[in-house]
Design a protein around this ligand. Structure first.
Ligand SMILES: CC(=O)N[C@H]1[C@@H](OP(=O)(O)OP(=O)(O)OC[C@H]2O[C@@H](n3ccc(=O)[nH]c3=O)[C@H](O)[C@@H]2O)O[C@H](CO)[C@@H](O)[C@@H]1O
Length: 405
Protein backbone atom coordinates (compact mmCIF):
# COMPACT_ATOMS: atom_id res chain seq x y z
CA UNK A 1 0.00 0.00 0.00
CA UNK A 2 1.29 3.49 -0.85
CA UNK A 3 1.28 6.29 1.73
CA UNK A 4 0.76 9.99 1.12
CA UNK A 5 2.17 12.15 3.92
CA UNK A 6 1.02 15.76 4.22
CA UNK A 7 3.93 17.99 5.16
CA UNK A 8 3.46 21.26 3.28
CA UNK A 9 2.05 23.44 6.06
CA UNK A 10 3.98 25.63 8.48
CA UNK A 11 2.28 24.82 11.80
CA UNK A 12 1.52 28.41 12.77
CA UNK A 13 0.61 27.55 16.35
CA UNK A 14 4.16 26.25 16.91
CA UNK A 15 5.80 29.61 16.27
CA UNK A 16 8.50 30.84 16.87
CA UNK A 17 9.97 27.34 16.29
CA UNK A 18 8.29 27.10 12.87
CA UNK A 19 9.57 30.46 11.62
CA UNK A 20 12.57 28.58 10.22
CA UNK A 21 11.32 24.99 9.79
CA UNK A 22 7.93 23.37 9.37
CA UNK A 23 6.20 21.60 12.24
CA UNK A 24 7.00 18.17 10.74
CA UNK A 25 10.73 18.92 11.26
CA UNK A 26 10.43 19.78 14.96
CA UNK A 27 12.53 17.28 16.92
CA UNK A 28 11.20 14.84 19.47
CA UNK A 29 13.96 12.80 21.14
CA UNK A 30 16.36 14.24 18.52
CA UNK A 31 14.44 13.03 15.46
CA UNK A 32 12.01 15.14 13.44
CA UNK A 33 8.34 14.27 13.99
CA UNK A 34 8.19 13.21 10.33
CA UNK A 35 11.02 10.71 10.86
CA UNK A 36 8.99 9.03 13.61
CA UNK A 37 6.03 8.82 11.16
CA UNK A 38 8.19 7.36 8.36
CA UNK A 39 9.77 4.83 10.77
CA UNK A 40 6.29 3.64 11.82
CA UNK A 41 5.27 3.19 8.17
CA UNK A 42 8.48 1.30 7.40
CA UNK A 43 7.84 -1.06 10.33
CA UNK A 44 4.45 -1.86 8.74
CA UNK A 45 6.16 -2.66 5.43
CA UNK A 46 4.91 0.57 3.82
CA UNK A 47 7.89 1.87 1.91
CA UNK A 48 6.38 3.66 -1.12
CA UNK A 49 5.89 7.21 0.16
CA UNK A 50 4.63 10.35 -1.55
CA UNK A 51 5.56 13.38 0.51
CA UNK A 52 3.65 16.63 -0.05
CA UNK A 53 5.98 19.53 0.70
CA UNK A 54 5.73 23.31 0.49
CA UNK A 55 6.74 25.56 3.40
CA UNK A 56 10.54 25.24 4.08
CA UNK A 57 10.60 22.23 1.73
CA UNK A 58 14.38 22.26 1.21
CA UNK A 59 14.92 21.47 4.87
CA UNK A 60 12.72 18.37 4.56
CA UNK A 61 14.19 17.24 1.22
CA UNK A 62 17.81 17.75 2.35
CA UNK A 63 17.17 15.65 5.44
CA UNK A 64 15.24 12.72 3.94
CA UNK A 65 16.62 12.79 0.35
CA UNK A 66 15.22 9.77 -1.55
CA UNK A 67 14.35 8.00 1.72
CA UNK A 68 16.77 5.09 1.22
CA UNK A 69 18.65 5.87 4.46
CA UNK A 70 15.31 5.47 6.25
CA UNK A 71 14.43 2.18 4.53
CA UNK A 72 11.75 3.71 2.25
CA UNK A 73 11.39 5.31 -1.20
CA UNK A 74 10.22 8.93 -1.10
CA UNK A 75 8.81 10.89 -4.04
CA UNK A 76 8.17 14.58 -3.43
CA UNK A 77 5.30 16.70 -4.72
CA UNK A 78 5.23 20.42 -4.14
CA UNK A 79 2.02 22.10 -3.01
CA UNK A 80 2.84 25.65 -4.03
CA UNK A 81 0.13 27.33 -1.94
CA UNK A 82 -1.09 25.68 1.25
CA UNK A 83 -4.79 25.66 0.44
CA UNK A 84 -5.79 22.93 2.87
CA UNK A 85 -5.53 19.20 3.47
CA UNK A 86 -7.88 18.19 0.59
CA UNK A 87 -5.88 20.33 -1.83
CA UNK A 88 -2.64 18.79 -0.48
CA UNK A 89 -3.92 15.23 -1.11
CA UNK A 90 -5.03 16.19 -4.63
CA UNK A 91 -1.39 16.99 -5.49
CA UNK A 92 -0.56 13.26 -5.20
CA UNK A 93 -3.26 12.11 -7.66
CA UNK A 94 -0.78 11.41 -10.46
CA UNK A 95 1.05 8.85 -8.30
CA UNK A 96 -2.07 6.78 -7.59
CA UNK A 97 -2.68 4.32 -10.42
CA UNK A 98 -5.30 1.67 -11.27
CA UNK A 99 -3.30 -0.85 -9.18
CA UNK A 100 -3.91 1.21 -6.02
CA UNK A 101 -7.35 0.09 -4.84
CA UNK A 102 -6.65 1.93 -1.59
CA UNK A 103 -3.86 4.01 -0.05
CA UNK A 104 -2.92 5.55 3.28
CA UNK A 105 -2.91 9.28 4.01
CA UNK A 106 -1.27 10.71 7.13
CA UNK A 107 -0.60 14.13 8.61
CA UNK A 108 3.19 14.43 8.86
CA UNK A 109 3.02 16.45 12.06
CA UNK A 110 1.59 13.88 14.51
CA UNK A 111 3.58 11.17 16.26
CA UNK A 112 2.41 7.61 15.71
CA UNK A 113 3.82 4.27 16.71
CA UNK A 114 3.81 1.30 14.31
CA UNK A 115 0.84 -0.31 16.06
CA UNK A 116 -1.29 2.82 15.53
CA UNK A 117 -0.95 2.44 11.76
CA UNK A 118 -1.40 -1.34 11.99
CA UNK A 119 -4.74 -0.79 13.80
CA UNK A 120 -6.07 1.07 10.74
CA UNK A 121 -4.58 -1.28 8.15
CA UNK A 122 -6.26 -4.25 9.88
CA UNK A 123 -9.70 -2.68 10.22
CA UNK A 124 -10.40 -0.24 7.39
CA UNK A 125 -13.53 -0.52 5.25
CA UNK A 126 -16.00 1.42 3.06
CA UNK A 127 -14.89 4.09 0.56
CA UNK A 128 -12.86 5.85 3.23
CA UNK A 129 -11.78 5.09 6.79
CA UNK A 130 -10.43 7.37 9.43
CA UNK A 131 -8.52 6.44 12.55
CA UNK A 132 -9.94 7.97 15.73
CA UNK A 133 -8.86 8.40 19.33
CA UNK A 134 -10.97 9.27 22.36
CA UNK A 135 -9.88 12.50 24.05
CA UNK A 136 -11.26 14.58 26.91
CA UNK A 137 -9.98 17.89 25.50
CA UNK A 138 -11.01 18.12 21.83
CA UNK A 139 -10.42 21.83 21.13
CA UNK A 140 -8.39 22.34 17.94
CA UNK A 141 -9.39 18.99 16.39
CA UNK A 142 -11.99 17.53 14.08
CA UNK A 143 -14.45 15.22 15.86
CA UNK A 144 -16.81 12.57 14.50
CA UNK A 145 -20.33 11.43 15.27
CA UNK A 146 -20.99 7.79 14.38
CA UNK A 147 -23.42 4.89 14.49
CA UNK A 148 -21.50 1.71 15.24
CA UNK A 149 -18.42 2.13 13.05
CA UNK A 150 -20.19 4.25 10.39
CA UNK A 151 -19.40 7.96 10.49
CA UNK A 152 -22.53 10.13 10.26
CA UNK A 153 -20.92 13.57 10.69
CA UNK A 154 -17.51 15.20 10.88
CA UNK A 155 -17.30 18.49 12.72
CA UNK A 156 -14.12 20.50 12.26
CA UNK A 157 -12.86 22.56 15.20
CA UNK A 158 -16.26 23.58 16.57
CA UNK A 159 -16.61 24.73 20.16
CA UNK A 160 -18.75 22.60 22.49
CA UNK A 161 -18.82 19.00 23.60
CA UNK A 162 -20.27 17.52 20.42
CA UNK A 163 -18.14 14.38 20.55
CA UNK A 164 -14.99 13.10 22.22
CA UNK A 165 -14.03 10.98 19.22
CA UNK A 166 -11.19 12.82 17.53
CA UNK A 167 -10.05 12.46 13.91
CA UNK A 168 -6.30 11.67 13.98
CA UNK A 169 -5.71 12.71 10.36
CA UNK A 170 -4.72 9.14 9.44
CA UNK A 171 -6.91 7.65 6.71
CA UNK A 172 -7.27 4.82 4.22
CA UNK A 173 -8.89 6.16 1.03
CA UNK A 174 -10.01 4.63 -2.24
CA UNK A 175 -9.29 6.63 -5.43
CA UNK A 176 -12.93 7.87 -5.28
CA UNK A 177 -11.60 10.50 -2.88
CA UNK A 178 -10.11 12.47 -5.81
CA UNK A 179 -13.51 12.91 -7.53
CA UNK A 180 -15.00 14.15 -4.28
CA UNK A 181 -12.07 16.51 -3.60
CA UNK A 182 -12.94 18.20 -6.93
CA UNK A 183 -16.44 18.89 -5.56
CA UNK A 184 -15.21 20.19 -2.19
CA UNK A 185 -15.98 23.88 -1.63
CA UNK A 186 -13.64 26.25 0.11
CA UNK A 187 -14.42 26.40 3.87
CA UNK A 188 -15.09 29.45 6.05
CA UNK A 189 -11.39 29.33 7.01
CA UNK A 190 -10.41 29.69 3.35
CA UNK A 191 -9.20 26.06 3.03
CA UNK A 192 -10.13 22.97 1.07
CA UNK A 193 -10.50 20.62 4.06
CA UNK A 194 -10.41 16.83 3.68
CA UNK A 195 -12.98 16.64 6.47
CA UNK A 196 -15.43 18.55 4.19
CA UNK A 197 -14.65 16.05 1.41
CA UNK A 198 -15.51 13.16 3.75
CA UNK A 199 -18.76 14.90 4.78
CA UNK A 200 -19.74 15.13 1.09
CA UNK A 201 -19.13 11.38 0.72
CA UNK A 202 -21.31 10.70 3.77
CA UNK A 203 -24.09 13.00 2.41
CA UNK A 204 -23.95 11.10 -0.89
CA UNK A 205 -24.75 7.90 1.04
CA UNK A 206 -21.25 6.40 0.80
CA UNK A 207 -19.85 4.43 3.72
CA UNK A 208 -17.13 6.22 5.65
CA UNK A 209 -15.92 4.18 8.61
CA UNK A 210 -14.19 5.12 11.82
CA UNK A 211 -11.52 2.83 13.26
CA UNK A 212 -10.78 3.48 16.95
CA UNK A 213 -7.28 3.05 18.34
CA UNK A 214 -5.80 3.12 21.81
CA UNK A 215 -2.24 3.00 20.45
CA UNK A 216 0.03 6.02 20.65
CA UNK A 217 -1.00 9.15 18.73
CA UNK A 218 0.48 12.42 19.87
CA UNK A 219 -0.01 15.86 18.50
CA UNK A 220 1.74 19.05 19.50
CA UNK A 221 -0.91 21.67 18.82
CA UNK A 222 1.20 24.43 20.41
CA UNK A 223 4.96 24.62 20.69
CA UNK A 224 4.85 23.92 24.43
CA UNK A 225 3.09 20.57 23.77
CA UNK A 226 6.41 19.36 22.34
CA UNK A 227 7.76 19.07 25.89
CA UNK A 228 5.06 16.58 26.82
CA UNK A 229 5.52 14.62 23.58
CA UNK A 230 9.29 14.59 24.15
CA UNK A 231 8.86 13.28 27.71
CA UNK A 232 6.48 10.51 26.58
CA UNK A 233 8.81 9.39 23.78
CA UNK A 234 11.92 9.50 26.01
CA UNK A 235 10.14 7.49 28.70
CA UNK A 236 9.20 4.77 26.25
CA UNK A 237 12.58 4.69 24.45
CA UNK A 238 14.46 1.44 24.53
CA UNK A 239 18.07 0.56 23.62
CA UNK A 240 19.51 3.97 24.54
CA UNK A 241 23.27 3.76 23.96
CA UNK A 242 26.25 5.57 25.45
CA UNK A 243 28.57 6.03 22.46
CA UNK A 244 30.52 9.13 23.47
CA UNK A 245 33.20 9.58 26.12
CA UNK A 246 32.16 9.77 29.78
CA UNK A 247 34.93 11.06 32.04
CA UNK A 248 35.58 9.72 35.51
CA UNK A 249 33.38 11.30 38.18
CA UNK A 250 30.25 11.59 36.03
CA UNK A 251 27.05 10.21 37.61
CA UNK A 252 24.44 8.75 35.25
CA UNK A 253 21.12 7.44 36.55
CA UNK A 254 18.22 6.01 34.55
CA UNK A 255 17.95 5.77 30.76
CA UNK A 256 20.49 8.03 29.07
CA UNK A 257 21.74 8.11 25.45
CA UNK A 258 24.99 9.87 24.62
CA UNK A 259 25.90 10.32 20.96
CA UNK A 260 29.14 9.76 19.06
CA UNK A 261 32.08 12.13 19.73
CA UNK A 262 30.25 13.66 22.68
CA UNK A 263 32.28 14.30 25.80
CA UNK A 264 30.69 14.41 29.26
CA UNK A 265 33.16 16.04 31.60
CA UNK A 266 33.83 15.17 35.22
CA UNK A 267 31.35 16.10 37.95
CA UNK A 268 28.37 16.12 35.59
CA UNK A 269 25.15 14.57 36.96
CA UNK A 270 22.56 13.20 34.54
CA UNK A 271 19.20 11.66 35.46
CA UNK A 272 17.30 10.01 32.60
CA UNK A 273 15.37 9.80 30.53
CA UNK A 274 17.79 12.03 28.69
CA UNK A 275 19.04 11.95 25.10
CA UNK A 276 22.22 13.82 24.13
CA UNK A 277 23.27 14.00 20.46
CA UNK A 278 26.64 13.75 18.68
CA UNK A 279 29.66 16.07 19.01
CA UNK A 280 28.54 17.72 22.26
CA UNK A 281 30.77 19.02 25.01
CA UNK A 282 29.02 18.94 28.40
CA UNK A 283 30.53 20.01 31.71
CA UNK A 284 32.39 19.86 33.94
CA UNK A 285 29.75 19.93 36.70
CA UNK A 286 26.60 20.25 34.61
CA UNK A 287 23.25 18.88 35.87
CA UNK A 288 20.79 17.42 33.35
CA UNK A 289 17.46 16.20 34.72
CA UNK A 290 14.47 14.36 33.19
CA UNK A 291 13.05 14.64 30.51
CA UNK A 292 15.62 16.47 28.45
CA UNK A 293 16.76 16.18 24.85
CA UNK A 294 19.98 17.85 23.72
CA UNK A 295 20.77 17.98 19.99
CA UNK A 296 24.09 17.65 18.12
CA UNK A 297 27.06 20.04 18.45
CA UNK A 298 25.87 21.55 21.73
CA UNK A 299 28.21 22.81 24.44
CA UNK A 300 27.06 23.38 28.02
CA UNK A 301 29.45 24.86 30.54
CA UNK A 302 29.93 24.37 34.30
CA UNK A 303 27.17 24.64 36.91
CA UNK A 304 24.35 24.97 34.41
CA UNK A 305 21.20 22.95 35.22
CA UNK A 306 18.72 21.83 32.56
CA UNK A 307 15.44 20.08 33.26
CA UNK A 308 12.49 18.92 31.14
CA UNK A 309 13.67 20.85 28.10
CA UNK A 310 14.60 20.50 24.44
CA UNK A 311 17.86 22.09 23.33
CA UNK A 312 18.24 21.87 19.54
CA UNK A 313 21.47 21.55 17.51
CA UNK A 314 24.46 23.91 17.53
CA UNK A 315 23.71 25.76 20.81
CA UNK A 316 26.30 27.15 23.19
CA UNK A 317 25.14 27.57 26.78
CA UNK A 318 27.64 29.11 29.17
CA UNK A 319 28.06 28.56 32.93
CA UNK A 320 25.71 29.02 35.92
CA UNK A 321 22.52 28.91 33.87
CA UNK A 322 19.15 27.44 34.79
CA UNK A 323 16.77 26.27 32.08
CA UNK A 324 13.63 24.26 32.77
CA UNK A 325 10.39 23.46 30.92
CA UNK A 326 11.80 25.29 27.91
CA UNK A 327 12.55 24.79 24.23
CA UNK A 328 15.68 26.36 22.78
CA UNK A 329 15.88 26.32 18.96
CA UNK A 330 19.06 25.77 16.91
CA UNK A 331 22.21 27.87 16.97
CA UNK A 332 21.51 29.93 20.09
CA UNK A 333 24.32 31.39 22.14
CA UNK A 334 23.34 31.93 25.77
CA UNK A 335 25.72 33.75 28.12
CA UNK A 336 26.55 32.78 31.69
CA UNK A 337 24.10 33.31 34.55
CA UNK A 338 21.05 32.82 32.31
CA UNK A 339 17.84 32.22 34.24
CA UNK A 340 14.42 31.17 32.96
CA UNK A 341 11.48 31.78 35.25
CA UNK A 342 8.71 29.17 35.01
CA UNK A 343 5.02 29.09 35.86
CA UNK A 344 2.10 26.70 35.86
CA UNK A 345 -1.10 27.36 33.87
CA UNK A 346 -0.03 30.54 32.05
CA UNK A 347 -2.61 32.13 29.77
CA UNK A 348 -0.96 32.89 26.43
CA UNK A 349 -2.61 34.87 23.64
CA UNK A 350 -2.18 33.50 20.10
CA UNK A 351 -4.14 34.74 17.10
CA UNK A 352 -6.32 36.73 19.51
CA UNK A 353 -7.32 33.56 21.41
CA UNK A 354 -6.27 32.69 24.94
CA UNK A 355 -4.54 29.35 25.46
CA UNK A 356 -3.61 27.79 28.79
CA UNK A 357 -0.06 26.39 28.79
CA UNK A 358 1.16 23.74 31.23
CA UNK A 359 4.26 24.48 33.36
CA UNK A 360 6.36 26.57 31.01
CA UNK A 361 9.63 28.46 30.95
CA UNK A 362 10.55 29.99 27.59
CA UNK A 363 10.58 29.14 23.89
CA UNK A 364 13.43 30.37 21.68
CA UNK A 365 13.49 30.19 17.89
CA UNK A 366 16.87 29.90 16.12
CA UNK A 367 20.01 32.08 15.93
CA UNK A 368 19.61 34.29 19.01
CA UNK A 369 22.50 35.80 20.94
CA UNK A 370 21.92 36.33 24.66
CA UNK A 371 24.47 38.10 26.85
CA UNK A 372 25.40 37.30 30.46
CA UNK A 373 23.00 37.46 33.45
CA UNK A 374 19.80 37.62 31.40
CA UNK A 375 16.48 36.64 32.98
CA UNK A 376 13.49 35.57 30.86
CA UNK A 377 10.04 35.74 32.46
CA UNK A 378 7.79 32.66 32.25
CA UNK A 379 5.95 32.11 28.96
CA UNK A 380 7.92 34.76 27.06
CA UNK A 381 9.15 33.72 23.60
CA UNK A 382 12.19 34.95 21.70
CA UNK A 383 11.79 34.63 17.93
CA UNK A 384 14.74 34.41 15.53
CA UNK A 385 18.01 36.33 15.21
CA UNK A 386 17.46 38.46 18.32
CA UNK A 387 20.20 40.02 20.36
CA UNK A 388 19.88 40.62 24.11
CA UNK A 389 22.69 42.43 25.83
CA UNK A 390 23.94 41.41 29.28
CA UNK A 391 21.95 42.20 32.41
CA UNK A 392 18.49 42.47 30.82
CA UNK A 393 15.20 40.98 31.99
CA UNK A 394 12.90 40.00 29.12
CA UNK A 395 9.26 40.62 30.05
CA UNK A 396 7.64 40.53 26.59
CA UNK A 397 7.89 38.34 23.47
CA UNK A 398 10.68 39.44 21.14
CA UNK A 399 9.93 39.39 17.41
CA UNK A 400 12.45 38.50 14.67
CA UNK A 401 15.68 40.59 14.64
CA UNK A 402 14.86 42.38 17.95
CA UNK A 403 17.75 44.01 19.77
CA UNK A 404 17.55 44.62 23.54
CA UNK A 405 20.34 46.95 24.62
C1 LIG B 1 -9.15 19.88 7.83
C2 LIG B 1 -8.36 18.80 8.47
O1 LIG B 1 -7.66 18.08 7.79
N1 LIG B 1 -8.49 18.68 9.79
C3 LIG B 1 -7.79 17.68 10.56
C4 LIG B 1 -6.36 18.12 10.83
O2 LIG B 1 -6.42 19.40 11.46
P1 LIG B 1 -5.11 20.32 11.65
O3 LIG B 1 -5.55 21.69 11.95
O4 LIG B 1 -4.18 19.65 12.60
O5 LIG B 1 -4.49 20.30 10.22
P2 LIG B 1 -3.17 21.04 9.79
O6 LIG B 1 -3.53 22.31 9.14
O7 LIG B 1 -2.22 21.07 10.94
O8 LIG B 1 -2.59 20.06 8.71
C5 LIG B 1 -2.33 18.69 8.95
C6 LIG B 1 -1.14 18.27 8.07
O9 LIG B 1 -1.40 18.61 6.73
C7 LIG B 1 -0.35 19.41 6.20
N2 LIG B 1 -0.95 20.40 5.28
C8 LIG B 1 -1.95 21.23 5.70
C9 LIG B 1 -2.51 22.15 4.84
C10 LIG B 1 -2.03 22.23 3.50
O10 LIG B 1 -2.48 23.03 2.65
N3 LIG B 1 -1.04 21.39 3.14
C11 LIG B 1 -0.48 20.46 3.97
O11 LIG B 1 0.40 19.69 3.60
C12 LIG B 1 0.34 20.06 7.40
O12 LIG B 1 1.70 20.30 7.11
C13 LIG B 1 0.17 18.99 8.48
O13 LIG B 1 1.23 18.08 8.46
O14 LIG B 1 -5.70 17.17 11.64
C14 LIG B 1 -6.30 16.96 12.94
C15 LIG B 1 -5.46 15.91 13.65
O15 LIG B 1 -4.20 16.48 13.93
C16 LIG B 1 -7.75 16.49 12.77
O16 LIG B 1 -8.38 16.36 14.03
C17 LIG B 1 -8.51 17.47 11.90
O17 LIG B 1 -9.81 16.96 11.65
Amino acid sequence: MKAIILAAGEGLRCRPLTLTRSKVMLPIANRPILEHVIASLEKNGITDIILIVGYEKERIMDYFEDGLNFGVKIRYVEQKAQLGTAHAIEQAKKFIGPEDSEFLVLNGDNLVEPKTIADLIKNYGGVASLLTVRMEETAGYGVVLKEKNKVTRILEKRPGDLSRIVNTGIYVFTPQIFETIEKTPISENGEYAITDTLQIMIDEGKTVTSVPTESKWLDAVHSWDLLKANAIVLNSSRNLKVEGEVEEGVVIRGKVAIGKNTRIRSGTYIVGPVVIGDNCDIGPNVVILPSTTIGDNVSIRSFTEIQNSIIMNDCRIYSHGQISNSIIGSNNTIGSGFFVEEKEGLLITMNKTLHRAPRLGTIFGDDNRIGNSVLVKAGVTIAVDCQVESGNTIYRDLSRHSVVL
